[in-house]
Design a protein around this ligand. Sequence first.
Ligand SMILES: Nc1ncnc2c1ncn2[C@@H]1O[C@H](COP(=O)(O)OP(=O)(O)O)[C@@H](O)[C@H]1O
Ligand SMILES: [Mg+2]
Length: 348
Amino acid sequence: MGAVPDVKRKAMLVERPGAMRAIESILKPQSDYAFYDMIVGNHGTGKTTLIRHVGHQLDGILYVNISPNSVSEETFAEEFAKAFHWTPATHFWHGEAADDREILVKVFNEFHNQAKVFKKNKGRSPVLVLDNIDCLAQANPKLLNILQDMAKDAADDGLYITVFVTSEGGAPIQMLGRSARSRLGKVMEIGDMNHDEAIDFLCNKRAVSESVAQDIYSLVGGHVGLLVSAVNELDSGQDFAGVRELLLGDARRVLRKAGMEQGGQFREAGIQIANHIFKHGRISRSDLYRISGSKSQGDQLLSLNIFTNVPRSRWVFFDTKLMEITVRALVENPSDQMMIGTFPEIRK
Ligand SMILES: Nc1ncnc2c1ncn2[C@@H]1O[C@H](COP(=O)(O)OP(=O)(O)O)[C@@H](O)[C@H]1O
Ligand SMILES: [Mg+2]
């Protein structure tokens, strides 16, 4: 039943044994496990790669990636049906059902039947992985509620286990605020790689020199996605100074899009929150809400990839080391128009 697409270019992957073991324990639950789980981590920390790498080797895992194109009930149902290789006649999708909700219910019913057969044959429940559910929190929160309720019922009935994969912010906040959280089991966090893992990746997998590897680490920390971007730029002929400008430019674009430029929506609040984090190392979610003006404004700010909230905790930090460096430059030169070349030297 199902199959998880494998990771490409396996030889380039850095080993993350601790994270891999934790993911394996989530994807291979005990036969009587009756909860649904969550895997949480910022964008680009390597969640999808780890899940595919581990999940590809296991039987009974269904993997559904939710993209901005599959956030309606119908498009989600289509992706879901594909994941367990169910291909109903075309008129099923176009015309037969009364509405999108009915299509979704029918696909789930078919999945329930297959899950029962799997369980009877293998003596354990299949696992349904829903990746990138943060797309739903923003574009179709009702569907996320439905999926969470389905996950709870399936856990209650011992039918299948659902694993929700998400960035920190909107989706976990929405899900943890509902009564269906009573059936939430594990919440696993995928964070940055540590220093040694990052240097090992740069030097041994991507043939970067030790000194450039240290420079890269002091710019982006152990964020896998940014390490990969940095190395790809080096490979295309940039020197470290060029890579640094490119990455800082990307981060500045995020700030600009988020309304932290002069006169932007979150300029004042963003700088005040940043100053608090510089001073105290972190800020509580309630202080962030207060400074932002309201909870909804604060949640919006939390979804803009500048700050990040650790789930089930009240603390907020910078999203990445790179973002911290970029915001520090903005705070230290408030009149600056986020021009290139105004960044302080990176601290080692
Ligand atoms: N263990 C790893 N070793 C090497 N590269 C990795 C590893 N994990 C992720 N990457 C790379 O980092 C980038 C982001 O990873 P991804 O799994 O998409 O993150 P997420 O799902 O958390 O957003 C991708 O380019 C991916 O190939
Ligand atoms: Mg992903």
